[in-house]
Design a binder for this molecule. Structure first.
Ligand code: FAD
Length: 308
C-alpha cells in the first residue's frame, strides 16, 4: 500500500521507488538545514543552487570559495570537480584574484588526471585540492563564521559550498528498503529490493555495485527495470540487463571530456562488463570543444527521453 499526502492510498502488486537522495545532515557536526541557508550544499537543485550562484556573484574579487566533498558513495562522483571548474571559468573572467579550495574526503576521484590537466591548462593557480590523506576531510562546520574544520586545520571562506554525505531519499527508509548504509540494496537483474522483494529501487537511491549515481545510469536502470517488472508480471523469463552509461564533464563551455561504461550483473552486483572508455589524456582543443558540443546534445536527448 502506498499512502499519499492527501490521505488517499493505492495498493500495488509491484512498486518502483526512485526517490533520489537525502542529505545526511547529522553526519557533519554544525551542518543542518539552517546552516545550509548560509553554507549551501546546492546538491539538490532549486533554491540551493540559486543561493550558491548569488553568493559567488556577490563575492568580492580576491575571495575564497571552498567546496567540501564527501566520501563515496554519493550523487554524481565527478560533479564537485566539474562545479569547481565552472566556478573557476567564471572567476577567471570576472574575479581573477579569487581562489577555489576543494576539501576532499577522498584521495582519488573520477577522471582525475583529465581534470588536473584541464585546471593547469585553463585555470593555473586558481584551484587547490586537499585530499583525504593531506587532511582534506571536513569534520565540522561553523556557519556563524563560515569556518570549515578538517582533520588538519580550519579554513574560513567567503563562500562555503558544503556537500554533505548522502543516503537514499527518506521514503526508502520509511518503506524499509534502505539498509544500515542508508542506501537500498537491489538484485541487479530485476532491481528488486533485497529487503522488500515486491519493491524495485532505481536511480541514486539504489546500491548495486560499481554503476555510478548519475542521470545516465538512472535512465538506463528505469528502462531495464520496466522490462523486468513486465516479465515478472507476465511470467516470462527475465532478460539480463545491459546498462550503458555516459558521463560528460564540462570544465569550460568549449572544453569537455567523458567516460562511458557498460554494466551487467555479476555475482549479485553490477560490474563493468566491458572496458570503460575515457577521453584521451592528450587531445587538441578542437577535440575537447567537440566533446563540449556532444555534452550539450547528450543533455538535450536525455531530457527529451526522460520527460518527453
Ligand atoms: C551538480 C550535479 C551535476 C550532475 N551532473 C550530471 C551529469 O552531467 N550527468 C549525469 O548523468 N548525472 C549528473 N548528475 C546526477 C543526476 O542529477 C542524478 O544522478 C539523477 O538526478 C538521479 O535521478 P533519480 O531519479 O534517482 O533522482 P532525482 O533526480 O533526485 O529524482 C527523484 C525525485 O523523487 C522525488 N521524491 C522523493 N521522495 C518522494 C516522495 N516521498 N514522494 C514523491 N516524490 C518523491 C524527488 O522530489 C525527486 O523529484 C549531477 C548531479 C549534480 C548534483
Amino acid at each position: 500500500m502506498v499512502g499519499l499526502a492527501d490521505g488517499a492510498s493505492l495498493s500495488y502488486d509491484r512498486l518502483v521507488l526512485a526517490p533520489g537522495i537525502d542529505l545526511r545532515f547529522e553526519a557533519l557536526p554544525g551542518y543542518n538545514e539552517a546552516a545550509a541557508a548560509k553554507m549551501p550544499h546546492a546538491w539538490t537543485a532549486g533554491e540551493q543552487t540559486a543561493l550558491l550562484r548569488r553568493q559567488i556573484e556577490s563575492m568580492e574579487d580576491g575571495g575564497l570559495i571552498a567546496l567540501a566533498v564527501p566520501a563515496n558513495p554519493s550523487r554524481c562522483p565527478p560533479g564537485p570537480y566539474e562545479r569547481a571548474s565552472l566556478i573557476a571559468h567564471y572567476l577567471r573572467a570576472r574575479k581573477p584574484r579569487s581562489k577555489i579550495l576543494i576539501l576532499d574526503a577522498k584521495d582519488t576521484f573520477p577522471l582525475q588526471r583529465l581534470f588536473e590537466n584541464a585546471w593547469n591548462e585553463l585555470y593555473a593557480g586558481m584551484i587547490e585540492r586537499v585530499s583525504l590523506s593531506q587532511g582534506g576531510r571536513v569534520t565540522s562546520v561553523d556557519p556563524a563564521t563560515n569556518t570549515i574544520v578538517t582533520d588538519f586545520g580550519n579554513y574560513t571562506a567567503q563562500v562555503a559550498n558544503i556537500i554533505p554525505p548522502q543516503k537514499a531519499g527518506r521514503i526508502a527508509a520509511i518503506a524499509g528498503a534502505a539498509d544500515n548504509t542508508g542506501w537500498c540494496p537491489i538484485d541487479p537483474v530485476s532491481f528488486a529490493s533485497k529487503l522488500l522483494p515486491a519493491v524495485h529501487v532505481i536511480g541514486d537511491a539504489c546500491f548495486g555495485g560499481v554503476i555510478p549515481k548519475s542521470a545516465s545510469a538512472a535512465n538506463a536502470q528505469a528502462k531495464a527495470c520496466a522490462e523486468a517488472v513486465a516479465s515478472l508480471i507476465s511470467g516470462k523469463p527475465q532478460a539480463t540487463p545491459r546498462l550503458v552509461g555516459a558521463c560528460y564533464s564540462v570544465v569550460a563551455p568549449d572544453y569537455a571530456f567523458s567516460q562511458s561504461g557498460v554494466y551487467q550483473p555479476r555475482d549479485g552486483m553490477f560490474a563493468e562488463s566491458e572496458a570503460v572508455t575515457t577521453s584521451p589524456l592528450e587531445a587538441t582543443r578542437e577535440v575537447r570543444a567537440a566533446e563540449a558540443v556532444s555534452a550539450q546534445s547528450w543533455y538535450k536527448s536525455i531530457t527529451v527521453d526522460a520527460f518527453g
